[in-house]
Design a protein around this ligand. Sequence first.
Ligand SMILES: [Cu+2]
Length: 687
Amino acid sequence: MNFQYGAALLLLAACPSLAQEAKEDTQPIDEIVVAGHSVTTNAVKIAVDQQMLVDTAMTLKNLPGADVNKNGIITGIAQYRGMYGDRVAVTIDSHAVVSGGPNAMDAPLSYVSPMITESIVIERGIASVSSAPESIGGHLEATLARGQFGGEDLGLSGFLGTRFSTNGNLNTSAGRITLSDASHRFSLLTEIDNGDYISTPAGMIRPSAVNRNRYDASYAYTNGESHIVLFAGQLDTENSGTPALPMDINYIDTNLAGSHFLYVLSSNLSIDGRVALNDVEHVMDNFSSRTAPPPTMQRVNYAVGKGYSFALAGKMDFDSSSLRIGIDGIDADHDSTITNPNNAMFLITNFSDVQRDLLSAFAEWSIGFDASELELGVSAKRVDTSAGDVSLSGIMGTAPVMLQDAFSAADKNLTFDDIDLVAKYLYRRNDYLEWRFEVASKSRAPSYQELYLWLPMQSAGGLADGRTYIGDLSLQAETSNELNIGVFLMSDSFSISPQVFYKQVDGYIQGVTSTNAAANMVSMMMNGKPALQFSNTDAEIWGFDVAWDYHLSEHFTVDGVATYARGRRTDVSDNLYRLAPPNGSVGVTYRSDSWSLGARLVAYAKQDEVSAVNEEQTTPAYELVNMDFVWNPTESVRLEARIDNMFDTYYQDHLTGINRAGGSDIPVGTRLPGAERSLSAGIIFSF
Ligand SMILES: [Cu+2]
């Protein structure tokens, strides 16, 4: 605890006089536009619907600090500054989504199909306590493109568009129709994604097909100040490949519904709230999309997840400050069963009646000074978890039965109480210079897999290291004490925004070689290696990221980003698993009134700071060149074309994972290569 207060005092003492150089506001002085994404000291904003890709998570690649752990073509897990998975909070229209797959096959960003997603905003640096209750690794907010309110009379608006990529005959088509006037808005959205196997310079990746439909219907009302939105939606994914995982998606069926509102009571008092529910029914298997193993080894995993999230907050505005107080929570239930289609006796309850309920109360005070802004936040969180008894049948040996008996006898009702503290200070020195200092202590209670995985399995939230894991009922929450310092410098033609960060993570939850003899016996039979048990270790992560742009002339811009994050254990000598290697890009863009043409060089360094305990393979460095062209012949028509990997380079993205699927051109155990030279084209008609 001393660290937080000490650092906060140090921070305040180091800040220049608060009253210096009066300015009207302390909004970010400007934004840097890199590859069409805008970067400020506070946030990175991506216009997702303008990106030609099928997996929205891929928009995170090569943004300052961000990347994506990719286990399949639509199974991208957000990574930010060395953290990923449950550590990074992803919200959709400020609602959390309960994932159904114990291996994160339906990671939150798989719910926002790219052509119907308006934007993703990454909170740069440390997430505010009001953004998401658990956000130790940062926060991303995705917004669906549900259209705008209209004029006095009811009118129709919307779009219809399709994109095609030669590689894998990948097609994404989407449309929106909105009926709206100044106070009512009714919208229907749909996107349909289909594709075959992806080709690389080393051959085809099997299975890498994609079949996904997404639907959303919404109604919104506003009186100009207050508003309410109601929505219902569906995700329908079928037979999609996840070659870095032991099984592929057979189907994912998710229903989503919810509402959020803002009610302005008076000029200085408002309340806002939200509630959303979703349920997921998911089947994956290891034989229908990839080469089937022998009949005795075939598995079907049926998983369901359901739950809801809610929040209620009030905001009071005073002369030069505002106070936001609220509660939020996420209740999630999970069940997962594994069977063998060739053996009616075989059954494992992987997760049984698992519940994880989070409740948080927060207060956030924002104080505006002449040239600066201070935000102080505190949140108190309680996570209650429980699990039912488990069973198994049709399995040889006494070790699994010992694990089952031990798990059934144990107390599985657990409670985690934690407090998060966040302080952010923004200082605008003048029109050309802005500083940002942030300090926080953030926590995360263990995930349900980390606690309740009782039989060694690979259902580890998408880690995809090929190891089998068991949970630990005595796990504690992990706490990250962190510091973030940023600066934004600009002149008439040049802007740059570097940030440095350091996180000390106490109790960092990570698999370590198990000492449980029964678990190790089961694991040895499965893959010849002992199990890894989720354990509290210690770690530190540090790094920097930067975005810059330079306007050569009215039409020509050069821009770039660079990201560096380094993570290692501090209790033993090892590196953290699956961190993006140092990477960066430089692009040049020519923009006229109706068209633009850009070329971008993307470079990733080798990654040899790998985790020994996860048996992580190193990856060599590579460079790629991509080009894109956009033309608006009229206001309502957008034509797009893209070449990815122009020189047909063979490369392996360190975060793409190792192939686990037999019958592919890529040998099992080899890191999956990136796509070969691919041409894409699209047309979008707006009305
Ligand atoms: Cu799955």
